[in-house]
Design a protein around this ligand. Structure first.
Ligand code: NAP
Ligand code: SF4
Length: 670
């Protein structure tokens, strides 16, 4: 008997049967634009093989003006159709189903040729759009219907029409972008004419194939849709031929996080549940659903007919297969960090995944049985050492993993203490579950020595880092603490200065201003903190009173020497969330600081040439790290085959993404 009977139950969309209720949601990977279609096919085939009931591709533009950026994936020529056919054939060979998402970016297109309902520029784009005329609107509809026809020719089981997240169809729905006075603007009936007409024409183009409409349940922007309009659109789109409604949450320009790790799990599923009784077609819940028990809970309680997960299928292509086999603990968890997926895309890099470096690299990073089994010692059970040990053992090597700590996980434990980073706990749990299922000999509470390591065929040193001193006069005073002590719970006074505003400085500041329960674990608290209201009461679902965070637990200064705004180097898609969260808590973030001395009165600094005293009772040093390579000289003397990875290799800009990637890649070739 499975623990996930609802999740694994079949469902039919229109006339198309699916093997279960788990949909891999649309996700831009960059693979299509790279043009290596074997790689695209391998990526989706792995997810179909891993049991996804339905896959939605990354957004495919219906025409040049609708592409999110110049050169974005499209389906224009016979050659394109043949490429997409390679994908659909591979997915079908694995028993899967796949639909193509048609995404017209409208004014979000990063191009001077972008179009929209009216010439109203988006706050996140430098390009004002051209307002479409009647012929222009007809062209967009025709192009979308043509793309749908081509999708069917390419073997897709249907299409998803992107109608949410602030893209073109969503732009027509709301008055703050749609200022038209013709029959495409004004009344709601007119504003929804474009999405409804698109659905009607796509349905006519694709016969009985699947047609999912992604509907914005809450826009989270001023002057967005109200709930009555959402329901009217849902019913009209159903009547126009949609087979299912997928949940869209928040426009891209919204200043409310919707998928980051600090967003509570399934935070928006109540809106999907509210829509469900209004329509007769299946509704699909989305956003921050990352574990089978979360999915099962939503489906079992009748909140949705299906669940959509995008990033979790980067983390683990075998999500469904492992859940079905009673191996849920072995599912690599998506911790919603965005570090290797969305942040890569915005940096023009191919998508990967922090917990699964093979994501989108299936054909390049292959892990095969070792030609000969060797005895390998891995020193350090942080993310780099764990990834190396597990990969090496998986290839058939005899692996011993040694750490002086009593638990595995290294610095990941520190992250779990930060409010909004609780998901890192699931990453440690996953490593522990894999260790239990492996042949690895685990020696915790053990200080590795060169003598102990002498008999191994190879030694992997993943001993991590030591925190860097800031070298400030008075730094050895008792009121000066390291970030590790603070995150482990050493008491901090009511006024604290954090020295260093990198990722860890921000985390520590977040830790210091919070008291009590983390909002990430309490959806009501979290909604209040970010000003999320009820779309039945306010347009766009923004609370009229705005964000109402809890009072800060203490007064905090976050400092750096660089003369720029702190936090500029944080992740592209999450940095603004960290900055906004600290601003809401009144944290004073200062760049261009010179540290003069720690004194009994506080921290003496110079800012803009003026000496100042921050009268704080605690100073926390978050000044980066240095590699810990204490064992290297003795091991080199002993002549052992030595590999250094993670922070022990390069401490600068180390994060779990680089650590896991490096550990996995090393072990794949040992
Ligand atoms: P970091 O990002 O290198 O930041 C170190 C900070 O210390 C900088 O603000 C730097 O700014 C300051 N600093 C450096 N040398 C100093 C000195 N001698 N005296 C005083 N200040 C000094 O390192 P981290 O914050 O320890 O983070 C380590 C890694 O973990 C980073 O790669 C980070 O990306 C990652 N991480 C990421 C996240 C995330 O949310 N994505 C969270 C935590 C950690 P100035 O030189 O301008 O003073
Ligand atoms: Fe999830 Fe982070 Fe992997 Fe992206 S990089 S899929 S957010 S774990």
């Amino acid at each position: 008997m499975t623990r996930y009977p609802h999740m694994l139950a079949p469902i039919t969309l229109g006339t198309v049967p699916l093997r279960n209720r788990v949909m891999m949601g649309s996700m831009h990977t960059g693979l299509e634009e790279a043009g290596d279609w074997d790689r695209v096919a391998a990526f989706y085939a792995a997810r179909a093989q891993g049991g996804a009931g339905l896959i939605v591709t990354g957004g495919v533009a219906p025409n040049r003006e609708g592409g999110v950026f110049p050169g974005a994936a499209g389906l224009y020529t016979l050659h394109d159709i043949a490429n997409h056919r390679r994908v659909t054939d591979r997915v079908h060979a694995e028993g899967g189903r796949i639909v193509m998402q048609i995404l017209h970016a409208g004014r979000y297109a990063f191009s001077p040729d972008c179009v929209s309902a009216s010439a109203v520029k988006s706050p996140i784009s430098p390009f004002p759009p051209h307002a479409l005329d009647e012929a222009g609107i007809e062209k967009q509809i025709t192009d979308i219907a043509t793309a749908a026809t081509r999708a069917i020719e390419a073997g897709y089981d249907g299409v998803e029409v992107m109608g949410s997240e602030g893209y073109l169809l969503n732009q027509f729905l709301v008055r703050h972008v749609n200022r038209r006075e013709d029959h495409w603007g004004g009344s709601f009936e007119n504003r929804m004419r474009l999405p409804v007409e698109v659905v009607r024409r796509v349905r006519a183009a694709i016969g009985e194939a699947i047609l999912i409409f992604r509907i914005s349940l809450v826009d989270l922007v001023p002057d967005g849709s109200i709930w009555g309009e959402v329901v009217t659109l849902a019913k009209t789109v159903e009547a126009a031929g949609a087979s299912a409604l997928n949940s869209g949450i928040g426009w891209h320009e919204a200043r409310v996080p919707t998928i980051a790790t600090s967003v509570p799990r399934a935070a928006f599923a109540d809106l999907t549940a509210r829509l469900r009784p209004e329509v007769g077609i299946p509704v699909i819940a989305s956003n921050r659903i990352n574990m089978p028990e979360v999915a099962e809970g939503l489906l079992a309680s009748g909140m949705a007919d299906m669940v959509s997960m995008a990033r979790p299928f980067l983390a683990d292509p075998d999500f469904v297969a492992k859940a079905a086999a009673g191996q849920a603990r072995l599912i690599a968890p998506c911790i919603a960090c965005n570090q290797a997926c969305l942040d890569h895309i915005y940096a023009g890099k191919l998508t990967s995944c922090l917990v699964n470096p093979r994501a989108c690299h299936e054909t390049e990073l292959t892990i095969t049985p070792a030609a000969a089994s060797r005895r390998i010692a891995v020193v350090g059970a942080g993310p780099a050492g764990l990834a190396a040990a597990l990969t090496a053992a998986g290839r058939g090597h005899g692996v011993t993993l040694i750490d002086r700590a009593a638990r595995v996980g290294g610095q990941l434990h520190l992250a779990t203490a930060v409010p909004g980073k609780e998901e890192f706990r699931s990453l440690i749990d996953w490593f522990e579950a894999q260790l239990e299922a492996s042949s690895i000999e685990l020696r915790l509470g053990t200080e590795a020595t060169a003598e102990m390591l002498a008999g191994f065929d190879a030694v992997v040193l993943a001993t991590g880092i030591t925190p860097r001193s800031a070298g400030i006069v008075g730094e050895d005073a008792p009121q000066v603490l390291g970030y590790r002590e603070v995150l482990r719970g050493v008491p901090v006074g009511c006024r604290a200065a954090v020295i260093g505003a990198g990722g860890i400085g921000f985390d520590v500041a977040e830790f210091l201003v919070h008291a009590g329960e983390s909002p990430a674990l309490h959806p009501d608290l979290w909604r209040r903190e970010w000003g999320v209201g009820d779309p039945r009461e306010t347009p766009g679902g923004l609370a009229p009173e705005g964000p109402r965070p809890e009072a800060p637990a203490r007064e905090v200064w976050l400092l750096q020497r660089k003369p720029e705004k702190p936090g500029r180097k944080l992740g592209r898609t999450t940095g603004w969330i960290h900055r906004a969260a600290l601003q809401m808590k009144g944290v004073k973030m200062l760049g261009g600081v010179r540290y003069d001395a720690v004194t009994p009165e506080g921290l003496a600094i110079t800012l803009d040439g003026q000496p100042q005293l921050l009268s704080v009772d605690t100073v926390v040093i978050c000044a980066g790290q240095e590699p810990d390579r204490a064992l290297v000289p003795a091991l080199e003397m002993a002549g052992v085959e030595l590999h250094i990875i993670g922070g022990a290799d390069v401490a600068a800009e180390l994060d779990a993404k680089r650590a896991i990637d490096q550990g996995t890649r090393l072990a794949a070739r040992l």
